[in-house]
Design a protein around this ligand. Structure first.
Ligand code: TYM
Length: 332
């Protein structure tokens, strides 16, 4: 039997991924490499929908590649590539824009959130058409599975709708991907504001655990995380969002079930608990951070890896695009 195809993407929008990116998405990417035909994409074109800083985009694209490899994405097992090196993404993106409704695109909450922050008039058109490019990312590879965190659910739903609509109107062209959102760590919250998700664009640097940050800085952030009223270490997202978030992080990294952690920390105080979580995080990130720094020392080899992935991705993407054009009646 041929292996199922997996596709996912991550934006190179900061110097470091945060723990939410890792636990909500990349950790599953690593697991799915075995037994699947996996394509992982650094979506630099999507990153252009935010502030554009040319020197930073280059640096962050390379840093993303280094971190993905350090986190366990193997360029031998998976196809790791940069979106802009595969022009079919833009080409299919346009086709998606031509079948998406203005109304359904207007309902995308990511656009509503981000554009309301910037003010609707100054939001860029690329931010509005972002989900159609994301649909193209996925459909080009005929992906069965798209491992993402909870915040991407709506974009995956739109992708499924667009694929189904295209197939019905123009003939079988795209695989409609399954939803694949991992429940346990699909939502890692900000350490300072546990009501908000941990996010690259978050205002509070202190609430975001960055993989490339120094180990001391991350330990400090955990020790000063906001905790809740009471003193029990119990998982209760409503009443104890701060402690629940720390339990989720500990459990996802240590592999110990949350119920077991609750028993282990019975009678202990928040301070003791936070210091154990800090140790778990620091020890987990120590080898990853140093592997990423080492990879970044040799840019040429890193770029070579991405070129190999780009060539493999173009092969698959071009045959899907050809089929889509053919079914639309485009002369080839
Ligand atoms: P991005 O770059 O914001 O995030 C990458 C992945 O990390 C997950 N994630 C989280 N998971 C749990 N808790 C959090 N606090 C948290 N923050 C981020 C995201 O769900 C995501 O899976 N639009 C996408 C990028 C993209 C894409 C694609 C994804 C473009 N094309 C095609 C899949 C398939 C995004 O902005 O992810």
């Amino acid at each position: 039997m041929t292996q199922k195809r997996v596709l996912s993407g991550i934006q190179p929008t900061s110097d470091s991924f945060h723990l939410g990116n890792y636990l909500g998405a990349v950790k599953q990417w690593v697991e799915l490499q075995d037994g699947h035909d996996a394509f992982y994409c650094i979506v630099d074109l999507h990153a252009l929908t935010g502030e554009i800083e040319p020197a930073l985009l280059r640096k962050r694209t390379l840093a993303s590649a280094a971190q993905l490899i350090a986190l366990g994405i193997s360029p031998e097992k998976s196809t790791l590539f940069v979106q802009s090196q595969v022009p079919q993404h833009n080409q299919l993106g346009w086709l998606m824009e031509c079948i998406a409704g203005f109304g359904e695109a207007s309902r995308m909450t990511q656009f509503k959130d981000k554009s309301s922050k910037a003010g609707a008039d100054s939001a860029r058109v690329g931010l509005f058409t972002y989900p159609m490019l994301q649909a193209a990312d996925i459909l080009l590879y005929q992906a069965h599975l798209v491992p993402v965190g909870e915040d991407q659910r709506q974009h995956i739903e739109l992708t499924r709708d667009l694929a189904g609509r295209f197939n019905t109107r123009f003939g079988e062209t795209f695989r409609v991907p399954d939803n694949f959102i991992l429940k346990t760590a699909a939502k890692i919250q900000d350490l300072q504001d546990p009501a908000a998700k941990m996010s690259k664009s978050s205002g509070s640097v202190a609430g975001v655990l960055e993989i490339m940050d120094t180990l001391e800085a991350n330990a400090k952030k955990i020790k000063s995380a906001t905790t809740d009223a009471g003193r029990e270490i119990k998982f209760d997202e409503k009443e104890k969002p701060g402690i629940s978030n720390l339990l989720t992080i500990h459990s996802a990294l240590s592999g110990v079930a949350i119920e077991k952690l609750e028993v282990e920390f019975e009678g202990k105080g928040y301070g003791d608990f936070k210091s154990v979580v800090a140790d778990v995080v620091v020890e987990y990130l120590r080898p990853i951070r140093s592997a990423a720094l080492e990879l970044l020392d040799d840019e040429k080899s890193l770029i070579d890896i991405l070129h190999v992935g780009g060539a493999k991705a173009r092969d698959v993407a071009s045959s899907t695009l050809d089929l889509a054009y053919k079914n639309l009646g485009v002369v080839r």
